[in-house]
Ligand binder design. Structure first.
Ligand code: GDP
Length: 455
């Protein structure tokens, strides 16, 4: 029989209210040992999901707190087991005392993600839903949260279950034929298979492709600031971030390594990388920094190319321009507070998006803020929830799409039913990894380890 687990579900900061969750066969019995309702005899008699006011008791019967508690009976709870929730005052001292009282009655500390793991094991949600719970807890923007909520509702899992079921039905039909090899195979069976597998392949590739977008939604847009030394890269990063993070000096070559900062601009989270200024240098340390800058720029989803408007375009600026070719880039013409000496025509020839700013006094930053979401393609994008946000699901989807396509090719070329079945079964297994219908314990453990305790 499973143990009854408990954990503090609220964060490790002082809040007005803190929550302790309990799940397992003894959850309600134990709640009655540590909580005494002000009215009525026991929590076991109270209806499910109703908050009851009462006294929280230590093992020796001393009152720890006056607070609320509720019970949720299996199977109608988050985990599918009997659950109890205690909403007490939010000091860490009270929360620890609640746990101590529960542990004294045989309850054990929950592992990270154990509540959600139990919900998955008890069929309350599929694996993609469980991963969506993690995304919801860690969402950094409203859009990321919206997408995770849609996934929890089954936007991805539901779609995958539907596609998987069609392939499962198809395989059953083919297996029936394989069992009677002497009989003529009905051509309608192959035609039907071609249509189902073609549509499934198309839908699976489409979902797999949404990962690039989904990753950005979840993790933020990797954005590199490039520019020659002293163009004002660090000043721009500081102005955007609103804090003194990067070192600003007028000695060229000060930012020698890559500095990272996360900045939220409306719905977009930018993972900003301020890099060493690009120039020819004999300093080995600076050279390493410049190499890193180049590497960072090549993997960036957006480059902010910073130019000093008080000076004309130099060879170093040309190095920066060369790095932006074929990339999403914005030319940020900095130091607009100084008299302009830069050849703007030349800049406009190389960049579709140009904005003049002064990192010093803040001019133009509003325009830059408005431009960034447009350039990265995240302004008013339509979300139907069918967006893949994690690498595990994306990899499984790509495998499923490939196997499904191979099954389609086999069916289209009229190969033996065995060939169709083999690839179709590969697709079914890969899809089952996403929903959790066919997944190893290692993968499951890996997923839930990333959760926080109490979820
Ligand atoms: P980086 O080497 O490209 O990171 O450049 P920094 O941000 O360290 O700035 C180099 C110098 O330019 C510093 O003295 C800054 O104060 C100055 N600077 C940066 N932005 C502006 C600006 O918008 N206007 C003016 N006048 N000076 C700036």
């Amino acid at each position: 029989m499973r143990e009854t687990i408990a954990a503090i579900a609220t964060g490790p900061v002082q809040g007005a209210i803190g929550i302790v969750r309990v799940s397992g066969p003894d959850a309600i019995i134990v709640l009655d040992q540590v909580f005494r309702p002000d009215h009525g005899s026991s929590m076991a008699e109270k209806p499910s999901s109703r908050l009851i006011y009462g006294s929280l008791l230590a093992k020796d019967g001393a009152v720890i707190d006056k607070c609320l508690a509720c019970v949720m009976r299996a199977p109608h709870s988050y985990t599918g087991e009997n659950m109890a929730e205690i909403q007490c005052h939010g000091s860490q001292a009270i929360l620890s005392a609640v746990l101590t009282a529960l542990f004294a009655h045989g309850v054990v500390q929950a592992e990270p993600g154990e509540f959600t793991r139990r919900a998955f094991v008890n069929g309350k949600m599929d694996l993609s839903g469980a991963e969506a719970v993690h995304d919801l807890v860690t969402a950094q923007t409203a859009q990321a949260a919206e997408n995770a909520a849609a996934q929890l509702e089954g936007a991805v899992g539901g779609k995958i279950v539907e596609i998987r079921q069609k392939i499962v039905d198809l395989v059953s039909e083919f297996l029936a034929v394989v069992d009677y090899p002497d009989e003529e195979i009905d051509s309608v069976l192959f035609e039907n298979a071609c249509e189902i597998l073609h549509n499934a392949t198309r839908d699976l590739y489409r979902l797999a492709e949404s990962y690039e977008y989904g990753r950005i939604l979840r993790e933020g847009v990797p954005c590199t600031i490039l520019g020659r030394p002293n163009a004002g890269k660090s000043s721009l990063l500081n102005a955007l971030a609103g804090v003194e993070r990067a070192i600003v000096t007028d000695i060229p070559g000060t930012t020698r390594d890559v500095i990272e900062e996360t900045i939220r601009i409306g719905a977009v989270v930018l993972r900003m990388y301020d890099t060493a200024g690009l120039r020819d240098t004999s300093d080995p340390v600076e050279k390493i920094g410049i190499d890193r800058a180049m590497k960072q720029a090549s993997s960036a989803h957006l480059i902010l190319a910073v130019f000093d408007s008080s000076d004309d375009i130099s060879d170093e600026d040309l190095m920066v321009i060369a790095r932006t070719h074929g990339k999403r880039a914005i030319a940020v013409i900095n130091k607009s507070d100084l008299p302009s000496a830069i050849n703007m025509q030349s800049i406009r020839r190389h960049f579709q998006h140009v904005v003049a700013v002064s990192a010093k006094n803040g001019d133009g930053l509003k325009e830059l803020y408005e431009l960034i979401p447009k350039v990265v393609g995240m302004d008013g994008a339509v979300y139907d929830g069918g967006i893949i946000t994690n690498a595990r699901q994306a990899a499984a989807l790509a495998r499923a799409a490939e196997r499904c396509e191979a099954a389609f090719c086999a069916a289209e070329s009229g190969m033996t039913p065995d060939a169709v079945v083999m690839d179709a079964e590969g697709a079914i297994a890969a899809l089952g990894e996403i929903t959790g219908q066919s997944v190893t314990d290692d993968i499951i453990s890996n997923i839930f380890e990333k959760f926080c305790v109490g979820k």
